[in-house]
Ligand binder design. Structure first.
Ligand SMILES: [Zn+2]
Length: 304
């Protein structure tokens, strides 16, 4: 069934802050606001908060995978990253999400949402990051498509910056050089766990050490582990009993593993024409958050 809600199109950048404040501030939520978070105002509170209103969804990993690891390793890291969130208990009870990977890979490196027809929550590595209007220092961008009138999340696409690779698996305590951000590789689970927080509609945290802290040192593993601030955010958005009991994994409109910009045309041209022609009311608000990478950053002396 096609929703009749009219949506608006906008771009929200969740800019990572490098604030050195030690003030403990609660998590932020992503919202429908078109106001971009800033250093002075990291939490945008106007607009409606974003949230899933279904408890089951599925994602696909782009067929290109990552050049840094084989596909089973990559898929295992993504699964472990989701599990960090899915294992959260709120008052001893899980909110009830079920998330699975589609059996087939997506053929989609773009953050896109079709108002009509199928979609895919894709996870893709981009080796042409400079071709996108993204911060070159960002490890990843997660785009959260939602209904502006309600904040309901419809679709999420995670794009990882391959030019800041290689990505890999660091020891639990981090890769050598992680304390200075000079490690040879970036820990993929560290980054994906953070991005999945955005998948669930959570914004950035000002708390260094939190998985949702906006800045990551190269080679760190801190964000693999959710902190209280992270789980507080998750449980506040999805208290037990808040999600419907029904479970349907495919996106509204069905699963479609390709996307127009990366599929080379063909039948994909139809959805473009359809959206711009007969569905002018279908515009979407796009929320984007960045996990900023500080590569080769000079060591900062501890404050005295
Ligand atoms: Zn982020």
């Amino acid at each position: 069934m096609r929703p009749t809600t009219a949506l608006l199109l906008a771009l929200v950048l969740g800019l990572g802050t490098a604030s050195s404040t030690n003030r403990a501030r609660a998590y932020c939520r992503m919202t429908t606001s078109t106001t971009a978070p800033s250093l002075a105002q990291p939490c945008v509170t106007d607009g409606l908060p974003l949230e899933w209103r279904r408890r089951c969804f599925e994602y696909s990993v782009d067929v290109g995978g990552s050049p840094d690891m084989d596909r089973p390793t990559l898929e295992g890291i993504i699964t472990a990253s989701f599990d960090a969130w899915l294992n959260v208990r709120c008052g001893g009870v899980a909110p009830g999400f079920e998330v699975r990977e589609t059996p087939d890979a997506s053929v989609c490196r773009e953050a896109e949402y079709r108002g009509s027809g199928g979609n895919v929550n894709t996870i893709a590595f981009l080796d042409d990051w400079a071709a996108y209007d993204y911060d070159p220092a960002a490890f990843a961008v997660t785009t959260v498509w939602h209904v502006t009138a309600t904040g309901e999340i419809l679709d999420v696409d995670m794009q990882l910056n391959q030019t800041l690779g290689p990505y890999g698996v660091c020891p639990a305590a981090g890769c050598p050089g992680a304390d200075t951000g000079t490690a040879e590789m970036a820990d993929l689970q560290n980054i994906v766990t953070h991005e999945i927080g955005h998948v669930f509609g959570i914004g950035h945290s000002e708390m260094p050490g939190a998985a949702m802290y906006a800045v990551s040192r190269r080679g760190e593993t801190d964000k693999r582990i959710l902190r209280t601030d992270d789980t507080d955010a998750f449980c506040a958005i999805y208290p037990p009993g808040s999600l419907p009991s029904e479970c349907a994994f495919p996106p509204i409109g069905g699963l479609r593993l390709d996307c127009p910009a990366s599929s080379g045309g063909g039948r994909c041209a139809v959805s473009h024409a359809e959206r711009s022609g007969s569905l002018p009311a279908w515009a979407l608000l796009l929320g984007t958050s960045l996990l900023i990478g500080r590569r080769k950053r000079r060591r900062t002396r501890p404050s005295r």
